[in-house]
Write a new protein. Structure first.
Length: 395
């Protein structure tokens, strides 16, 4: 069910003539849910007096003050009232308050959604923030740089690089191949998949970078990760021995032969979290060595390395395009949102000790995810400084 604010925004778009066909369907669906909704929508779109006030607001909103807003509330209500026939007075009055509430809600959104009345240049409509998409840049050690297509979900190959569906991407000189490396960088608001030369599949999350050779060494396979990735490592046996696959991060190495696991090694997290789905891995950090079994998670920080049992689905949901929170701290939740929606999140000095629960698709708009957080008592405001939106968490 659409909120009052969402309906107000759709009505605004209808009046401005910029509503999409999908949004028109949503507005019509809302109107058909209740006869009072239908009647209200008809009045707002056909009543010249109300229409004029809304247009005036949109035209002069940068110059409006509290007095005008107060007058608008009263004038809008009075004009709707005057437009009704007296014989239906009892029925009309039931929806007058709701009608005015929708228009007022839109005004309140424009002027007060950002705490302490930010200036018009600082106002930002969170409804504009779209979810992340397939987005990445591939850089080869010979200098070639390629912006990967958003309508493709991954790349594969060695000498002949292609998109996952077989579409040609780039061909390399075989003689130079053994010395070349590739960097694939996924920015904020992006994701991408890579199939390595040995057949290993890697899913890269937002704000991540994977460096790998286009030809692996005979005795081992080594890649380097910054950020977060999910690995499905192919098992390879050479001369009767398993060929190791090693994932290097800033603080540790992970040795595997054939397995599935997730690694989160973002710089701003100040920790590296490794979650094993199946198979077996060994974590090496300094003189520390830790073996892991499925459904175990190791967290490496300046305090040391700690291992525990977990429900792995909570930590690999992003790979399946979901946010899945279960006893997840507010800081971790907001960092995930910041990376996926490419929006800066600012925390107060004392971060609220809130633990969140819930599941929502990563294909949803930011406002839908924030609505889930609001149900848990999280308070925030939005600002636009320069060209980049910011989400400020309130104490």
């Amino acid at each position: 069910m659409k909120t009052t604010l969402e309906i107000a925004i759709l009505i605004k778009k209808q009046i401005e003539g910029i509503i999409t066909s999908e949004e028109t369907k949503e507005l019509r669906k809302w109107a058909q849910e209740d006869p009072e909704n239908e009647l209200f929508l008809k009045e707002v779109l056909s009543n010249d007096n109300v229409f004029d006030d809304v247009l005036a607001y949109m035209e002069f909103r940068q110059q409006l003050g509290d007095t005008w807003i107060s007058n608008f509330k009263q004038n809008t209500s009075e004009k709707i009232l005057r437009g009704q026939k007296k014989e239906n007075k009892g029925f009309r009055l039931r929806w007058i308050g709701y009608a005015a509430a929708i228009l007022i809600a839109f005004l309140a959104y424009q002027f007060f959604y950002v705490n302490d009345r930010t200036s018009p240049s600082e106002q930002f409509d969170l409804a504009k923030v779209e979810p992340g998409t397939n987005k990445a840049e591939l850089t080869l050690s010979d200098g070639h740089k390629i912006s990967l297509r958003a309508d493709k979900d991954g790349i594969s190959g060695d000498q002949h690089l292609t998109y996952s569906d077989g579409t040609p991407l780039f061909s390399l000189d075989k003689e130079k191949l053994s010395k070349m490396t590739a960097n694939i960088v996924v920015p904020c608001g992006g994701k991408y998949q890579v199939t390595l030369p040995d057949g290993t599949k890697v899913w890269l999350n937002s704000s991540s970078k994977l460096t790998y050779p286009l030809v692996f060494q005979e005795d081992k396979r080594v890649v380097r990760l910054e950020g977060e990735a999910y690995f499905e490592v192919d098992r390879i046996i050479r001369n009767g021995e398993k060929k190791k696959f090693i994932v290097q991060t800033q603080d540790q190495n992970i040795e595997v032969t054939g397995t599935e696991f997730n690694v989160s090694a973002y710089d701003d997290d100040k920790r590296t979290v490794t979650t094993l789905v199946n198979g077996a891995i060994t974590i090496l950090s300094g003189n520390r060595r830790m073996a892991m079994r499925p459904n175990e998670q190791a967290t490496l920080s300046e305090k040391g390395i700690v291992k525990k049992n977990v429900d792995v689905q909570h930590f690999i949901a992003w790979k399946n395009d979901k946010f899945l929170f279960y006893e997840t701290g507010l800081t971790d939740v907001m960092r995930a949102i910041s990376r996926w929606y490419n929006i800066e999140v600012i925390f107060p000095e004392q971060v609220p000790s809130t633990f969140l629960y819930g599941e929502i698709g990563r294909d949803k708009k930011l406002v839908e995810v924030l609505r889930l957080l609001e149900k848990s008592g999280v308070k925030f405001k939005a600002e636009l400084k320069g060209s980049h939106p910011k989400l400020i968490i309130l104490p």
